[in-house]
Design a protein around this ligand. Structure first.
Ligand SMILES: [Zn+2]
Length: 173
């Protein structure tokens, strides 16, 4: 058995203290060709700064920022300024997650409320229908008896006219 040594390439973030590397990007930990590792880094929207033909610097997505002045991605400043930016990003993420949770809870509450409200309107519609039926019933009873509709109690409900008649004298309002 003969064993050969092979060289593979991986890229690690150049920001001091960062251990993020190409193995964090996906299924491969290293590439046989450096250009493939570079391409992988680039396609993941990480930053590559070319200082010269053979001097490239790499920054993971946590360690680059957008420069409004230069209108391009730049490495995060090192030291306290970089720490401030990272802290502000963490705050934004926490607030973002809390906002997301609040919006979800709010949406659920709105939807519950709408369902309850819908049921309320359905009940209201039914009540209006019952009122209309009652009104027609009162008119029909009054016509049958030959008396003014005002003399029929407004709460006849669904009691059929003949039952109403059999029940005895109709009450005046
Ligand atoms: Zn990094």
């Amino acid at each position: 058995m003969s064993i050969k040594q092979a060289t593979f390439y991986a890229i690690q973030c150049d920001y001091p203290g960062c251990t993020y590397d190409t193995s964090d990007l996906g299924e491969y930990s290293a590439w046989m060709h450096l250009s493939d590792a570079v391409e992988e880094w680039q396609s993941a929207d990480m930053l590559i700064v070319k200082n010269g033909p053979d001097d490239k610097r790499f920054y993971c997505d946590e360690h680059w920022m957008w420069s409004e002045d230069e209108d391009e991605m730049i490495p995060l400043p090192e030291g306290i300024e970089g720490e401030f930016i990272l802290a502000e990003r963490r705050i934004r993420r926490v607030i973002g997650a809390a906002t997301e949770r609040a919006l979800t809870a709010h949406h659920r509450r709105c939807s519950d409320w709408m369902h309850r409200d819908h049921a309320r309107w359905q009940r209201w519609d039914r009540a209006r229908e019952e009122e209309a039926v009652t009104a027609r019933l009162r008119e029909s009873i009054a016509r049958t008896l030959g008396i003014p509709v005002e003399l029929i109690t407004p709460t006849v409900g669904y009691i059929p006219a003949w039952k109403m008649y059999d029940a005895g004298p109709l009450s005046a309002p």
